[in-house]
Design a protein around this ligand. Sequence first.
Ligand code: ACO
Ligand code: AKG
Ligand code: ZN
Length: 432
Amino acid sequence: MQTTGTNAEIRANADGSEIRRQLQPNVYTRYYDLLSRVNNFSIIESTLREGEQFANAFFDTNKKIEIAKALDEFGVEYIELTSPAASEQSRLDCQAICKLGLKAKILTHIRCHMDDAKIAVETGVDGVDVVIGTSSYLREFSHGKDMDYIANKATEVINFVKSKGIEVRFSSEDSFRSDLVDLLSIYRTVDKLGVNRVGIADTVGCANPRQVYELVRTLRGVVSCDIECHFHNDTGCAIANAYAALEAGATHIDTSILGIGERNGITPLGGLIARMYTADKDYIKSKYKLHMLRDLENLVADAVDVQVPFNNYITGYCAFTHKAGIHAKAILNNPSTYEILKPEDFGMTRYVNICHRLTGWNAVKNRVEQLGLSLTDDQVKTITAKIKELSDIRPLKMEDVDNLLRDYHSAIISGDELQVKNLLSVVSAVPS
Ligand SMILES: CC(=O)SCCNC(=O)CCNC(=O)[C@H](O)C(C)(C)COP(=O)(O)OP(=O)(O)OC[C@H]1O[C@@H](n2cnc3c(N)ncnc32)[C@H](O)[C@@H]1OP(=O)(O)O
Ligand SMILES: O=C(O)CCC(=O)C(=O)O
Ligand SMILES: [Zn+2]
């Protein structure tokens, strides 16, 4: 019999074992792609550059230093700072952060312009990220320059930065709306000049993972230098695009804390960490201090006056809360049943919520045991029904449910059947 699925190659036998054999991760599916950098990449953390472009962001010098130190301790490989050409204070802040002696390399981000480059190399940075738009939109409505001009100016700026003995990266802004031939030829030119990295930027957040994979994979065959990628999140693909880029051979991913940046921002550091931990837990745990993520996010959320979203990757308040009875039972038996991330690896804790009508007796039994009470399974099932009945009427708090469990237990222990009956029949047993 032939399956009707997408893979017509797969043939099934009666018990499905042949399909299982063919679909099993094996040497081919796991290791065939030697260009993938899913477990060998660096983070270019841009909270202090892209993040400063977030609507609410204002970082004074002390706050920038605090954020830079925290990012460094977390373990990011690079910290990217606002252009020193933006303002005098930006230049001074850049100098101040360079003097901190952090482990992370310090980069600044400039236009493809000699004036900016001259200021940048004097700040003490370890590298300069140079950008210029290559799409027809940017060539017409932003800088107004053609591809020949861009190639010549890039050559001048790159040679200058290189002459100072520091890293240089060249990036094409709005890469996904640029002509592919233009793109590959400018990347080839700058690669031959000896840039450390070329950058692909999805400046308007239009790209999808398949397009990212194809562009990065194509570029991987054209340049020998590293490949950095920068993804905006306008259409919700920033994390998936970063992952696709790494699968295709990109070496560096730009992030910001909570994803803050221009408009709705870029790949969030925490979201990228969640994705990459899922791909290779040991690698991510060995590189980054995952317990720091929550403090880092709170630091930046406070600084830019926003809340950490309730459904944030890893640190959102309900990221490890389990509610429905079916989930709760399995979670209590083995957390991996419904958790792909281990909360303890991030300094977070799991929570099983039983105060609602979707609960089940297994979860309630667990709470009974936590409270040190002793009830039979039938008694737990009875009191679970009561919790459901009450929570059909109004939301319950943990305290309400705990009191109900304790009262029921006392009534059972006292052997007073009337008390038990009353407790189970009186809906107002739980205060509103
Ligand atoms: C997609 C991104 O996020 S790229 C990074 C964005 N970051 C920033 O913009 C940093 C903060 N910016 C600033 O402080 C200012 O815009 C400055 C200092 C860079 C420039 O300020 P101004 O000289 O007043 O120019 P303005 O901002 O109005 O326009 C940008 C200028 O840069 C030119 N330009 C834009 N992009 C580039 C580029 N990548 N390379 C070279 N020139 C560029 C424009 O043509 C324009 O030139 P013009 O003065 O001849 O019109
Ligand atoms: O320099 C880059 O690669 C990215 C610049 C940027 O912020 C963008 O294009 O959105
Ligand atoms: Zn950006």
